[in-house]
Design a protein. Structure first.
Length: 241
């Protein structure tokens, strides 16, 4: 019976996962939990069953589960993986809720601190596969520079792939939790500034290219400094247009 609850929602979980599968899967599980479709106390099926049903690897599923556990949506034990109740989610995971409801200035400062370190660690640890994915995302940014919505989608993806490249579960989970808020921040920056400064997208592309090249060279100091420059530019754009 419990297995049927998950299977009823498999199509939703599998749809539009894109390249950032663990991050998007986290968001989809989160929605199912908060809407009650995966109810309190429900025990998720065995990881092999879930990964097979979703057509993904167990390691990818575990990344999503790790983020869900960090932010209080599920609890894991020897007996199994269970859905927490809403009150426990609020008590255990105030961070994710705080991010979603944070003041814009607080969010901008948080990005400034978090993403420079993320870029630095990505430069130290990125695998050839990581670099290939980041490069592909960067090329899509260039390709869709005239479509603000798609440009922002790939801009956000670029930053999420950087977090993946750190291979630090806590950093990855933090970026997953903040993803939607960061995307809103980027969209605000682009829309507000395009009328006043048409070059904002060109500048953004240029800075992302420098970050990518630093990561390819494993130059963590440059990756750190250019990311700080980029986030500072975004912050000023959001505040002053």
């Amino acid at each position: 019976m419990q297995k049927d609850i998950l299977l009823e929602n498999v199509d939703f979980l599998k749809s539009d996962l894109g390249k950032n599968i663990s991050q998007n899967l986290f968001q989809k599980f989160k929605e199912l939990i908060l809407t009650g479709k995966l109810p309190e106390g429900y025990m998720l099926p065995n990881e092999n069953v879930v990964s097979s049903a979703l057509g993904i690897g167990r390691s990818t599923l575990r990344e999503a589960y790790t983020a869900l556990a960090v932010f209080g949506f599920i609890r894991r034990s020897k007996a199994g993986t269970f859905i927490n109740n809403i009150d426990n989610i609020v008590n255990i995971a105030p961070f994710s809720i705080t991010v979603e409801n944070s003041d814009l200035n607080d969010l901008l400062e948080f990005r400034f601190m978090l993403e420079a370190e993320t870029a630095s660690y990505a430069a130290k640890r990125a695998t050839p596969e990581d670099i290939e994915k980041i490069s592909e995302s960067y090329q899509h940014m260039i390709e869709y520079k005239d479509d603000v919505n798609l440009f922002v989608d790939y801009d956000s993806q670029f930053h999420m792939l950087l977090s993946d490249a750190t291979h630090n579960k806590l950093l990855i989970s933090t970026m997953i939790a903040a993803k939607e808020s960061f995307e809103r921040c980027i969209r605000v920056a682009m829309r507000q500034s395009l009328t006043k400064n048409p070059r904002v997208i060109d500048v953004t592309i240029d800075l992302h290219g420098k970050i990518l090249e630093a990561i390819k060279r494993q130059d963590y100091q440059t990756a750190y400094s250019v990311m700080r420059e980029h986030i500072s530019y975004v912050n000023l754009t959001v505040k002053y247009g």
